[in-house]
Design a protein. Structure first.
Lengths: 166, 166
């Protein structure tokens, strides 16, 4: 799971808000992670708003617009997680490093299904005061993680925290 | 502002949830801050649930149960922030280091009124997936801060982040 949040734990002001507020070091980090990874999992909103960035990458896009799955082009697969075994799908496609990029619904799906091994959390030194949290409010779960490393990205104090599951 | 949150930005599961989930190092840090400070500002919920911890300290307690203000005992002052000039009150009482301990409504009041000079944010390495954010969702504001320091409290990776206003 790769996510950028404000210091008050918001990933966006609303579901159409782009991540233009994150620092350039975070964007470089994200690109490097995607270059190393085998597959990106995103929701369709996130995919559409990041199309230029994602269209050449191996993407699994969560959507309810298909019943099971549909290959859109050579690199993008639309999948309805309600009717497809996602773990098996990703294993069959031989995906080892799977980068979960959001948005909130996709993060929540992976948390609920206990499939988050690592969290890369960038914390930008700003406050929105409102907006979307990392996970959906309806998710009644508690999970423990362990902090592996802290990296300071820049002089303003954007931080990259790396957690692994306990 | 002193606050402890989960890595998904939640300060409590609900308004009656105590901060029993924070690490002992954070509790020691909090006690040291209160010992150094001149005054604590809290909401009445937080005050009542932390009475043992707060009753001997100089407390300003936000509440709508009084019209303006009412001294409850030698150390506690009930104040209705709608009808009292809080900045003047705290200046008149010669408070320099004012520790704002929450809950969410009190944090939001200070953010909205642009009165937060510093944030001490403890991030525990757990996820609630739901609960109360640092600030009320109705608050439409954006503020920039600057990270001054990062301290790792323990081997699990509880972190103390210190921010100042820009």
């Amino acid at each position: 799971m790769i996510v950028a949040a404000t210091l008050d734990g918001k990933i966006a002001k609303n579901s159409h808000h782009l991540s233009s507020w994150t620092c350039k070091e975070d964007k470089i980090f994200l690109r490097n992670m995607l270059n190393k990874g085998d597959c990106v999992v995103v929701g369709n909103n996130t995919y559409q708003t990041s199309l230029e960035f994602l269209k050449k990458r191996n993407c699994v896009v969560f959507t309810t617009s298909v019943k099971t799955l549909k290959a859109v082009n050579g690199s993008c697969l639309y999948v309805n997680p309600k009717n497809v075994n996602i773990e098996k799908l990703l294993k069959d496609r031989n995906c080892q490093q799977i980068n979960i990029l959001g948005g909130q619904q996709v993060y929540s799906w992976f948390l609920k299904n206990n499939l988050i091994d690592e969290i890369y959390l960038t914390i930008e030194p700003i406050v929105f005061g409102f907006g979307l949290s990392l996970f959906k409010e309806t998710l009644k779960t508690q999970k423990n993680f362990k902090l592996k490393s802290v990296k300071k990205f820049n002089s303003q104090g954007s931080l990259l925290l790396h957690y692994t599951r306990v």
